[in-house]
Write a protein that binds this ligand. Structure first.
Ligand SMILES: Cc1ncc(COP(=O)(O)O)c(C=O)c1O
Length: 443
């Protein structure tokens, strides 16, 4: 371990929020990352939920080498052959019917910005309905429609953003109703309020098919259908942000496919690049034609760049060759069973939820009151890391203490067993620490 480098990181890097580790990191392969001491850590979050095909998959390495031989970057008006190939594959093999026109850019925030710009120009409106607990990025437009992040301190958001309550299977907003009834009631009330407040300049309804940062919340199918209807009735475009849900993560090609609801625009990112910065917004030809005629522009330095597109093609190849969509369902069921078994032995696990290989575990101090176990989440996550397992916890008093578990789809059952054993041990030890009177006072 190089102490000087650790100090350089402290001295020269701007801190950008979220949890970070004291260690530096050196390498990553498959489901394993290695720190600056050469210690191997099992990665239960696929990096930042991107490396679905595993870290540094040989096909990705090969793709980067190939782009090196051909081209990394071109003038944005020159469409590389690989971009045409990727656009065709995304449209014909992965998207729901009708979504065939793509723009390829780099980050999730960018693809959502593109989707919002398309929706605004198409409808000539600006109002956007977004859901509580959402996360769509940190750029100017996307941060104003994100509600799982901190919004304080960044100035005045634009007008026209409306919020509706997130469907929550574990903590429905309306007491005494089923989660589904509560979600539908909340939506109906929100739409009535929105209709009262609207200036008539309606643009879009934006939603992640499974809210990830919001706590791995899977909406009822009826809710997604109601959103489709709400958009149609109001002449708004429905946008699905499938940064995390597309390309196999949830055991389906997309969230749209899982719910049987087709949006007007789909935003793709993390799981398309498999760890490299590739994103896309995909829409119908009639919408594309409409905004094209109005002069639509989303001209960036790296739009249609060949390097990430070559990687995107490699990701799709690996997903097909290694049957990762099916494997996500199979391995996801195995992982979920292991977590349910853990829940059977640990009272602190209040809920296990999610789809495929995007699972959430909610920690509570009491299963009756569902009081979030924030401190327990913190200590256990730290202990997991000490023992060689990287876990991502979202801890907010209003949203609970939830681990997002999203390992690479290529992870082996032995690796899952190892991760679960570490989690079990870490949780047992942390429960012991959290229960000590001295700790309760200081926490
Ligand atoms: C659902 C969703 N949308 C958008 C984003 C933003 O993507 P990026 O960080 O690549 O801008 C994220 C990132 O976590 C996300 O989870």
């Amino acid at each position: 371990m190089d102490l000087e480098l650790r100090n350089a990181a402290k001295e020269y890097l701007l801190r950008y929020g979220g949890d970070s580790f004291p260690n530096l990191f050196r390498e990553a392969r498959g489901a394993i990352v290695m720190d600056d001491g050469g210690r191997e850590i099992l990665d239960f979050t696929s990096g930042q939920m991107c490396a679905t095909v595993g870290h540094n998959h040989p096909e990705i390495v090969k793709a980067i080498e190939e782009a090196g031989r051909r081209a990394y970057h071109l003038f944005s008006g020159m469409i590389p052959e690989v971009v045409a190939r990727l656009a065709k594959q995304v449209a014909t093999e992965w998207m729901p019917q009708g979504l065939t026109k793509s723009i390829f850019i780099n980050t999730g925030a960018e693809s959502n910005e593109a989707a919002l710009r398309i929706a605004k120009m198409y409808t000539d409106g600006y109002e956007v309905l977004a859901v509580g607990g959402s996360w769509h990025g940190v750029t100017g437009g996307t941060s104003t429609v994100s509600f799982a992040s901190d919004r304080k301190g960044y100035g005045v958001p634009p007008p026209g953003i409306f919020l509706f309550p997130e469907p929550h299977s574990y903590r429905p907003y309306i007491k005494g109703m089923s989660a589904e009834e509560s979600a539908l009631q909340c939506l109906e009330i929100s739409l009535k309020m929105y209709d009262m407040a609207s200036t008539g300049k309606r643009a879009a309804i934006l939603m992640e098919p499974i809210l990830s940062a919001g706590g791995v919340l899977v909406p009822p199918r009826s809710f997604m259908q109601a959103l489709r209807k709400a958009a149609d009735e109001r002449g708004m475009l429905l946008i699905f942000d499938e940064a995390q849900t597309a390309f196999g993560r949830i055991g389906h090609r997309t969230g749209a496919e899982m719910f049987g609801v087709t949006p007007d625009i789909m935003s793709l990112s993390k799981t398309l690049g498999g760890g490299l910065p590739l994103a896309a917004a995909v829409t119908r030809p009639d919408i594309e034609q409409n905004v094209f005629e109005k002069g639509f522009s989303f001209y960036t330095s790296h739009v249609s760049d060949p390097l990430p597109a070559t990687v995107g093609l490699a990701v799709l190849k690996v997903l097909n060759e290694e049957r990762l969509v099916e494997r996500s369902r199979e391995t996801g069921a195995y992982l979920r069973n292991a977590l349910l078994e853990l829940q059977g032995r640990h009272e602190a696990i209040g809920d296990v939820r999610g789809e495929g290989m995007l699972l959430g575990i909610e920690l509570v101090t009491d299963r009756e009151t569902k009081e979030p176990a924030l401190e327990l989440g913190r200590i256990t996550t730290e202990k997991c890391f000490e023992k060689g397992l990287s876990m991502n916890i979202k801890r907010r008093p209003e949203r609970g203490s939830v681990w997002r578990i999203a390992p690479p789809l290529t992870i082996s059952r032995q690796e899952i067993d190892r991760g679960i054993a570490i989690l079990d041990e870490a949780l047992t030890e942390s429960l012991d620490i959290a229960a000590r009177p001295s700790h309760r006072q200081s926490a």
